[in-house]
Design a protein around this ligand. Structure first.
Ligand SMILES: [Zn+2]
Length: 300
């Protein structure tokens, strides 16, 4: 990938180059890299989630990133037939329980991939690009999916690791992200709405169920980045306060040093003067006279 072709000062370019480096190695569950000729288009491969009809499936697709990324979410487009997502159609990701346009810049392509894995067994609920195939139809597609070949990437089943150490951790993340992210709802009349019509009766309660489930899950996580931000802000403030304190402490300290030095010499002189006056008064000793006599005695 020729990074020089892109404006390296663009936040999107910087961010995507960093993510490409971070995702350079495939894992058990996912792999994604930008195309040689376009940093804003990636190809991804994900493994079907365990204990579902998609288990042992390997799914390939494209991720198209908006120029405003990471301020705007990536679009995910499936290429491997799977029965859950329509092929060659943009699936826009957003945070569940929030306006579809909301997307946290702290989310990443990796987050999106983990969420997509978690979404596979969920109901489409009329989201753009959703399909509600039967389990039978899906399992047929799952078996076929391992033979999928991408024109650019080749046999997609070879792109993922057979196993990896952080497999368990990834499973946890898949659950976490798929409960917080959602695919956006259709904005107008969309062909995908027809697909959910037959589903409306059996899942009549599910949109409410989902939103009531999704909100409490999403809320703590949604507030977490904010809380993190506050902690960071506070931490910065603390540092500033500490610095200010140091400055404030050190400045009076220097003045104090000078004042005590002056006071010390003033006291020494004052005490000397008092002793001199005392000697002079009590014993009539005149130090000046004594000194004068001493000096004259030295003279030849
Ligand atoms: Zn590909």
């Amino acid at each position: 990938m020729a990074a020089a072709r892109y404006n390296s000062r663009s936040p999107a370019v910087k961010r995507l180059l960093r993510e490409a480096a971070e995702l350079h190695e495939p894992t058990y569950n996912y792999y994604a890299q930008p195309l040689e000729e376009n940093l804003f288009e990636w190809h991804f491969t994900i493994r079907g989630p365990e204990d579902t009809v998609f288990e042992n499936g390997i799914y390939h697709g494209r991720i198209v990133l908006p120029p405003e990324y990471p301020m705007k979410p990536p679009n995910v487009i499936f290429m491997t037939p799977n029965g859950r997502f329509e092929l060659h159609k943009k699936i826009c990701l957003s945070i569940s329980g929030y306006h579809p346009e909301t997307w946290r810049p702290s989310w990443s392509i990796r987050t999106a991939l983990l969420a997509m894995i978690g979404f596979m067994p969920t109901h489409g609920n009329g989201a753009i690009g959703s399909l509600d195939y039967t389990d039978q139809e899906r399992s047929v597609l799952t078996k076929r999916s391992v033979d999928f070949k991408c024109k650019t990437c080749g046999a997609t089943k070879d792109l993922l690791l057979d196993k990896s150490d952080d497999q368990g951790e990834e499973q946890e993340e898949i659950k976490k992200y798929s409960s917080q992210l959602t695919t956006s709802k259709p904005s107008g009349n969309d062909s995908s709405e027809q697909a959910t019509d037959k589903n409306d009766n059996e899942t009549a309660a599910s949109p409410d169920e989902e939103s009531s489930e999704a909100l409490p899950v999403a809320t703590p996580e949604e507030t977490n980045p904010l809380a993190d931000g506050k902690i960071e802000e506070n931490a910065e403030e603390d540092v500033e306060v500490v610095e200010e304190d140091v400055v404030e402490i050190s400045r009076p300290r220097r003045e104090n040093d000078f004042a005590s030095f002056f006071l010390m010499w003033f006291l020494i002189l004052a005490i000397s003067f008092i002793i001199y006056r005392r000697l002079n008064k009590s014993y009539g000793i005149d130090l000046v006279q004594l000194a004068d006599q001493y000096l004259t005695s030295l003279m030849p």
